[in-house]
Design a protein around this ligand. Structure first.
Ligand SMILES: O=c1[nH]cnc2c1ncn2[C@@H]1O[C@H](CO)[C@@H](O)[C@H]1O
Length: 320
């Protein structure tokens, strides 16, 4: 029998990132072998600080944190930071003390390449932010796409509106050029877009249950969740929050909870639809060569067993 799946979480914590990291740390099916950091919900420096902090909260400072890129793959420095979703500190404006730990010397891309080389075919990368680090790993080592077991991407809006604007989902919008490199790289990819994660909602009632639980993850999350809930009330008029990152994480742990389709995905890199993810469903055999022709297929999630995902998230956050 194979042991637990080795997992690297590329993350921009982020309130739903914190939930996903805690779920992973409480999932016996996986061993988290490292966190790599990226901008998105916060700038990369703060993402690193938050990643170290969350591991300290969990009592898992043994897990290495490798800092990722501070700029996009095209050296862009005008980043879109979603602090209005997560608070200016990324973790619900709680002013937590700085972590004691430090990131390792390797960059995120170097760490990803090293671990994929060390355990060929065994490492699952769960990418919860813009895809810059993953694209850098692909550029750093031409064998990375073969060595990495799978890349589960939280990102894209497949046949639905985005959440940055009608075209684009936040993680893909964060670095569309990197996303296009990753989607066309030939790696074993599963994309979990907001067409799926918007079906997975933690309700106000679930949050009340979490508040009554005594586990350390539940206790911590109840301190930081309010900012995320109030953003959803205002932006979406929902009585609850979307479980984006935990859903992608659990897609790596229990793939049978989702269904998916396969085909090439390209990302629009400029214009008003910058960040748009476009999937070729192969229902038409095009007479001409297109920008999708000959590109490797990826898996794109289509349906999700939302009640089971919510239950797993709740169980793993309440009993810790
Ligand atoms: O409305 C939004 N704008 C920007 N980012 C968002 C929004 N809602 C959630 N996220 C963040 O982006 C990823 C999903 O697209 C999630 O990681 C979530 O934390």
């Amino acid at each position: 029998m194979a042991g637990p799946k080795k997992m690297i979480i590329d993350t921009d914590p982020g309130i739903d990132d914190a939930m996903a990291i805690f779920v992973a740390l409480n999932s016996p099916e996986v061993t988290v072998i490292g966190l790599t950091t990226i901008y998105g919900n916060v700038y990369t420096t703060l993402a690193t600080r938050n990643a170290l902090h969350l591991l300290e909260v969990a009592g898992r400072s043994d897990i290495p944190v490798a800092e990722g890129s501070h700029v996009t793959i095209t050296q862009g420095t005008k980043l879109r930071i979603a602090d209005f979703v997560h608070g200016t500190d990324g973790l619900g404006n709680q002013n937590f003390p700085p972590p004691k730990g430090k990131p390792i010397k390797q960059s995120a891309a170097e760490f990803l390449v090293e671990q994929a080389n060390l355990y060929p075919g065994e490492v699952s990368v769960v990418a919860l932010g813009p895809l810059t680090n993953i694209a850098l790993a692909i550029q750093l080592d031409s064998n990375f796409t073969k060595n990495v077991g799978e890349i589960v991407i939280l990102g894209g809006a497949f046949s639905v509106n985005g959440n940055v604007n009608p075209a684009a989902e936040a993680n893909i919008f964060g670095d569309p050029d990197a996303a296009d490199i990753v989607f066309t790289s030939g790696a074993n990819i599963l994309a979990v877009g907001i067409n799926v994660t918007h079906q997975v909602v933690m309700t106000d009632g679930d949050r009340d249950k979490l508040a009554k639980a005594s586990g350390k993850f539940a206790e911590y999350l109840c301190k930081i969740l309010e900012v995320y809930f109030s953003y959803h009330r205002e932006a979406y008029c929902t009585k609850g929050v979307y479980l984006h990152d935990p859903t992608a994480l659990l897609a790596a742990v229990h793939p049978s909870l989702l269904t998916y389709t396969e085909g090439a995905v390209r990302v629009q890199t400029n214009g008003i639809t910058r960040g748009l993810t476009l999937f070729d469903n192969k229902q038409k055999r095009f007479g001409e060569v297109t920008e999708w022709s000959g590109k490797p297929s990826v898996k794109v999630a289509v349906t999700v067993d939302a009640p089971k995902i919510v239950k797993l998230v709740m169980d793993r956050l309440m009993f810790s």
